[in-house]
Design a protein around this ligand. Structure first.
Ligand SMILES: [Fe+2]
Ligand SMILES: [Fe+2]
Length: 252
């Protein structure tokens, strides 16, 4: 019960900020650029690698196909998001973000088993798909909030794009579940791997949020009184610390 209330409160706070940022085309482009970066970074080439493993080790054409559809969807999403940025801004390059604000590299060395760009075992598949699962769950949820903020700011085209991507991300969660269910690792190891990646993702997301608050307020993308901005910065900093503490306590 309390968790539901807490997540509702979080959503309301997130929406408060999203609405403000989405009140200008520059702000909307900024939000879309974050999503486009997250879609295009890092993991796309791994879908082929994991598909080949499933064909080779599992003789499972069906699941290999899921991995390839997933990759095609993510590539298509990048195109949809970039198309919308180009519609909003005369110079779409304006929306580009500094490299330090990329989500997947933020996962940094914690992505090591994935970064080796090889899938040699069912445990590797489970690592990759647990990371994806954590990302898909958050993205699907946040995309709906983004869509609300766009709609409230009269960008129905943008809102539709975001909603359609959100629906794909929900479908991807089903792909993740199907593939994780096929991995020959013990339920305990699977549970541990899922939990590990959900904590890593939560930490990286909190960190990105804190960086983004700095960025949007400096660039004038967050039309909000300085008092609220400084309060939000402090809250974001505390949230990052909290996520890091939990991560360090639970993940060796
Ligand atoms: Fe996507
Ligand atoms: Fe996805």
């Amino acid at each position: 019960m309390w968790q539901k209330v807490e997540s509702w409160i979080r959503d309301q706070i997130t929406l408060l900020f999203l609405r403000r940022v989405a009140s200008t085309p520059r702000g909307q482009a900024h939000l879309l650029q974050h999503l486009a970066n997250a879609e295009s970074e890092g993991e796309i080439p791994l879908f082929d690698v994991v598909a080949e493993y499933m064909e080779r080790a599992w003789k499972d054409e069906g699941r290999a196909k899921l991995a390839r559809i997933h990759r095609e969807d993510e590539t298509r999403h990048v195109g949809m998001l970039e198309g919308e940025i180009a519609r909003l801004l005369k110079n779409p390059l304006e929306a580009q973000l500094p490299e330090s604000m990329s989500f997947v590299p933020l996962l940094g060395e914690r992505l090591a088993p994935i970064r080796k760009s090889r899938i040699d075992s069912d445990q590797d598949v489970a690592e990759f798909y647990s990371a994806l699962m954590a990302i898909e769950v958050r993205t699907a949820h946040n995309l709906k909030l983004f869509a609300m903020a766009f709609r409230e700011n009269q960008n129905d085209i943008g809102a539709q794009i975001l909603e359609s991507i959100a629906n794909d991300e929900i479908r991807h969660q089903g792909y993740c579940r199907s593939i994780l269910g096929r991995c020959e690792i013990s339920p305990v190891d699977l549970g541990r791997t899922l939990r590990k990646w959900s904590l890593i993702e939560a930490w990286a997301f909190a960190r990105l949020n804190a960086l983004d608050l700095e960025f949007t307020s400096h660039r004038g993308l967050l039309p909000l009184h300085a008092f609220w901005v400084s309060l939000a910065r402090r809250a974001a900093g505390a949230e990052t610390q909290r996520a890091l503490r939990i991560l360090e306590r639970e993940v060796r």
